[in-house]
Design a binder for this molecule. Structure first.
Ligand SMILES: Cc1ncc(C[n+]2csc(CCOP(=O)(O)OP(=O)(O)O)c2C)c(N)n1
Length: 556
């Protein structure tokens, strides 16, 4: 008779899992022991559960598969909570297996005991503890189904240590089929009429289109109906940024001129995005609870599709088949809304034009680095972003699509960039993977470059070292001008640190140092870290500290 631990591994195989991420723990030793004999699944051992969780998320985002994470009980799982939260905010499918204390000691404050069902009840789609080994296979099938269905997200399965060693009678695994709700003919007719009548239509495309098929269908859809395409936050790669129909990336801190331009739309078609806080600019566009223009919202979850806003046409279905059906039924648009397209393009072109800037006394304007990287990196590069103001230049001046990928946390979780780059490099080793991180974010999870070195991942990390938690410094200057406190960083020697972690490292002190270093990194068959001495005064693409202080009447 087989054991629950063995059954678990067989269930992962039945769900085509090829890679899982972990920090090992004594609470699930039997699972590790079963994985030892399973060559079809690679278990990547990481240095911190937060990083392991971000790797699982990066892997899921890039491949479209469910991320799989194993963590130990109590402290291990709490370290991973950041990834569970990010999976929820990002609508990314994630299954987290957590070791648990033995059944007979539960509810007695056993060593490292946590009640995961309560702890994750707000964050996870489902948090469940398995007490009967014969229910494990079935629970795992439900977990994978839930992680993907409707609004994708995290599921947490708690595994009491002794249960994992129980013999199992019921070990068959029945992966669930996905349901497919469709756009009805009546809805299609209404949507086509709305598109025909609109003078200033705008599509907002989101993460559910993040696949080759999703991007290709979106490109054909935009052409067919001549629709300008904006993308939700962290998904600038859904549509070719150089296409005249591109209308911008709806990021945190969107420049007002672009915000004003897109909000002139007289029809919004949201495809595969939840229209969350950041994308909708604080629920102002499209406005909640009542948008100023008709709204067509396509998202495969009845509960969510018109939950926060009155929606003219709520369509609880997958966006790709919806677009396909609309193209089959609707004639190609012969009268493109030229004036509207030009208006959007004009706003965008002004914003996306970068003039190289002289280096400042304390370092480089980070836009210079992004501008050069954009020119030098291959067309199919995978760009992984951490959270922080340095990312503002990447989101604004880098050209994404049709083949370049952008992987970043819409949760704004710092520490995501390095692990996501590691997971991307492992998943697609033939592509060039580049992570952009701040000095703050690198110090959080940069250690896991050791994991990249251990598994032979090839990637380039660009650290923007402005010796500050720059984003917070910017907010401080806005709200408490001239009173910066707790945001300065005395950083370690990142070049030395990167070398110690197994990377070839370059110290970028002037803008002109960057190109040769990047070229060397592109040729290097291993890890490269480029530490950019970034100037602090240009605190974001939109502002300098000096200008912020002057505006508030504070002397620099
Ligand atoms: C895990 C986490 N902790 C704290 C924050 C709050 N936060 C947002 S940006 C930021 C500073 C980022 O600093 P850095 O990585 O150096 O990038 P910079 O903004 O300087 O470019 C902080 C502390 C966060 N988003 N995530």
């Amino acid at each position: 008779m087989t054991t629950a631990a063995h059954t678990l591994v067989q269930c992962l195989k039945a769900h085509a899992v090829q890679r899982a991420f972990c920090v090992p723990g004594e609470s699930y030793l039997s699972v590790i022991n079963s994985l030892h004999d399973e060559p079809a699944i690679q278990l990547i051992t990481c240095r911190h559960e937060g990083a392991a969780g971000f790797m699982a998320l990066g892997h899921a985002r890039l491949t479209g598969e469910t991320g799989v994470l194993f963590v130990s009980r109590g402290p291990g799982c709490l370290n991973a909570a950041i990834a569970i939260h990010s999976a929820q905010q990002d609508a990314t499918p994630l299954v987290v297996f957590v070791g648990q204390a033995e059944r007979e000691n539960l509810q007695r404050e056993a060593f490292q005991e946590v009640n995961y069902e309560i702890m994750f009840s707000q964050m996870a789609k489902w948090a469940v503890e398995v007490h009967d080994a014969n229910r494990l296979a079935d629970t795992i099938c439900t977990a994978f189904h839930l992680a993907h269905s409707g609004t994708p997200g995290p599921v947490v399965i708690s595994l009491p240590e002794d249960m994992l060693e129980d013999p199992v009678r019921q070990n068959e695994c029945w992966p669930r089929s996905q349901t497919a709700s469709e756009l009805t003919d009546t809805q299609a007719e209404a949507v086509l009429t709305a598109i025909q009548q609109a003078q200033r239509p705008l599509v907002i495309a989101g993460g559910l289109l993040k696949s080759e098929q999703g991007k290709a269908t979106l490109a054909r859809f935009a052409q067919h109906f001549q629709l300008p395409i904006a993308t939700s936050v962290r998904h600038a790669d859904l549509f070719d940024n150089r296409d005249p129909l591109f209308a911008g990336h709806l990021v945190y801190g969107l420049p007002p001129e672009l915000g004003e331009a897109v909000s002139q739309a007289d029809l919004v078609i949201a495809l595969g995005t939840r229209l969350g806080d950041v994308t909708s600019q604080g629920f102002k566009f499209p406005a909640a609870p009542q948008p100023e223009q008709p709204l067509i919202h396509v998202w495969p979850d009845e509960d969510l599709v018109s939950r926060y806003r009155q929606t003219t046409h709520p369509i609880a279905a997958q966006p790709i088949p919806v677009m396909e059906k609309l193209m089959r039924l609707g004639e190609a648009r012969s009268n493109p809304p030229k004036a509207w397209m030009n208006q959007l393009q004009a706003a965008l072109q002004r914003l996306r034009h970068w003039e190289p800037q002289p280096d400042e006394s304390d370092g480089i304007v980070f836009g210079n680095i992004v501008h050069q990287a954009n020119q030098l990196l291959p067309d199919d590069a995978i760009i992984c972003l951490d959270a922080g103001n340095f990312g503002g230049w990447v989101q604004r001046y880098f050209d994404f699509g049709p083949r370049r990928a952008l992987i970043g946390p819409s949760s704004g979780a710092m520490g995501y960039g390095t692990p996501a780059a590691v997971a991307s490099a492992l998943a697609q080793p033939d592509r060039c993977v580049v992570g952009f991180v701040g000095d703050g974010g690198f110090a959080m999870t940069g250690n896991d470059l050791a994991t990249a070195a251990q598994y032979g991942a090839r990637l380039i990390l660009i650290i923007s070292d402005n010796r500050s938690y720059g984003t917070i410094r910017m907010h401080q200057e806005l709200h408490y001008p001239g009173r910066n406190y707790s945001t300065d960083l005395n950083n370690p020697d990142f070049v030395g640190m990167a070398r110690a972690l197994g990377a070839q490292a370059h110290d970028i002190q002037r803008s002109s140092d960057f190109q040769p270093a990047l070229q060397q990194a592109l040729k290097h068959d291993g890890l490269s870290v480029l530490v950019v001495r970034t100037a602090l005064n240009p605190i974001s693409p939109n502002a300098t500290i000096e200008a912020l202080r002057q505006r508030q009447g504070v002397r620099s």
